[in-house]
Ligand binder design. Structure first.
Ligand SMILES: O=C(O)CCC(=O)c1ccccc1C(=O)O
Ligand SMILES: [Mg+2]
Length: 391
């Protein structure tokens, strides 16, 4: 982990952002390449004085929470392909330096062009507000989204299994099931369809019929290959195939869900959209049609926007699934709160902490029996991140 130099000096300019870099334990193989390392920014906001002013940066001197109110924490961990580049994210955050205004400066960050930066600030503001109100982040998010149901105390999650040989894939799947997961997501599309079909067959044989299987192609296939892959994968009772086509091919997405000359029209595999949501927004994807949507708060511009997208999906009869982009602990914990606020959420891709070799702080979200416990408040996780608030 590395620290940026503090920017600015005086009390009104308690503004700095801190960069970090975290290696994965081992590369996560996907059709879009290997993810080896995650670089991002830890963000803090503090309400000043009478509460009318906001400053962005690390917390004030002394305690974890400043005299004027709570210090809120956020995280911006860009992942090109889903979000802006690290450079664009840094520039957007730099642009906030020195601001101390009567309004939280969220409007200065564009959710489409700099979703990770907006995520970081939106989360920090929501964490501060939730802490001030003495409530969990999930309660705050649900309230602001107009959700009546009380957020869940735990959310179901899938294990994430990267590309690998058939043997390695089956062994990892078996380990995940032994650890209590009953939903697995396998990365496919990094090798040819026949090889992936054998990997999926091996996993289904290894884990039996009671475990839900998902496959994520990360946009690897053209339409014809996708049709062939889906027809072959129909034998393994997949819960869905995620992003079979490139992000931009919304028409193809729609036509894959129709019969389209399929060998056996009754054997259909549900389709989930992920990159398409990040690239074109939830409305375009819902218009095109999907069985499920994968919502990454980091890619959608914040926990607030991800939850709003989940509700839109729900009302369109499409199943929302919340996942990380292999984020550090602050954004992961926030994503857990987002998922908790979605009533009866399906298994989410939030079990990604173990993919990181190191982290910003200990993880306050234990996974037990395929479920992640939502931390007690206030905010993200009570006092779990106080060391980060002070710095
Ligand atoms: O959904 C999961 O199981 C974990 C998250 C995940 O797979 C992922 C992580 C980083 C970037 C892209 C993706 C993806 O869903 O395609
Ligand atoms: Mg995906």
């Amino acid at each position: 982990m590395t620290d940026d130099d503090p920017r600015g000096g005086g009390p009104r300019r308690a503004v700095r952002h801190r960069s970090f870099a975290l290696d994965l334990t081992r590369p996560l193989g996907t059709a879009a390449g290997e993810i080896r390392r995650r670089e991002g920014f830890l963000i803090a906001v503090e309400r000043r004085g009478d509460g009318a002013e906001w400053a962005i940066g690390a917390g004030g001197a002394g305690g974890a929470d400043g005299a004027g109110g709570s210090v809120g924490l956020g995280e911006a961990t860009p992942l090109p392909g889903w979000t802006e580049s690290r450079e664009a994210c840094a520039a957007a955050l730099d642009g906030l330096d020195g601001r101390a205004e009567s309004q939280p400066p969220l409007a200065a960050l564009d959710a489409e062009s700099t979703p990770a930066a907006r995520h970081g600030l939106s989360l920090a503001l929501a964490d501060a507000a939730a802490r001030d109100a003495g409530e969990r982040l999930s309660d705050r998010l649900a309230d602001e989204a107009g959700i009546d149901a009380t957020p869940a105390d735990a959310v179901p999650v899938n294990a994430t299994v990267g590309d690998g040989s058939p043997e390695a894939t089956a062994a990892e799947a078996r380990r995940a099931v032994e650890a209590g997961f009953d939903c697995l997501k396998l990365k496919v599309g990094a090798r040819d369809v026949d090889a992936d079909v054998e990997r999926v067959r091996g996993v289904r044989e290894a884990v039996g019929d009671a475990v839900a299987l998902r496959a994520d192609a990360n946009g690897a296939w053209d339409r014809e290959t996708a049709r062939r892959a889906l027809d072959a994968l129909a034998a393994f009772d997949l819960a869905y195939v995620e992003q079979p086509l490139p992000a931009d091919d919304l028409d193809g997405l729609a036509s894959l869900r129709e019969d389209g000359g399929r060998a056996d029209p009754t054997a259909s595999v549900p389709i989930a959209a992920d990159e398409s949501v990040a690239a074109h927004g939830i409305d375009a994807v819902l218009d095109a049609g999907a069985d499920a949507v994968v919502l990454k708060p980091m890619a959608l511009g914040g926990p607030d926007r991800a939850l709003a997208a989940a509700l839109r999906a729900r009302s369109a009869g499409v199943d929302p699934v919340v996942t990380t982009t292999i984020d550090a602990v602050i954004a992961r914990t926030a994503a857990v709160h987002v998922a908790a606020a979605v009533p009866d959420v399906s298994p989410c891709g939030l079990a990604t902490g173990s993919l990181l070799d190191e982290d910003l702080a200990p993880d306050p979200c234990p996974i037990d029996d395929g479920r992640i416990a939502v931390p007690a408040g206030p905010g993200l996780a009570g006092d779990a991140f106080d060391d980060l608030r002070r710095r």
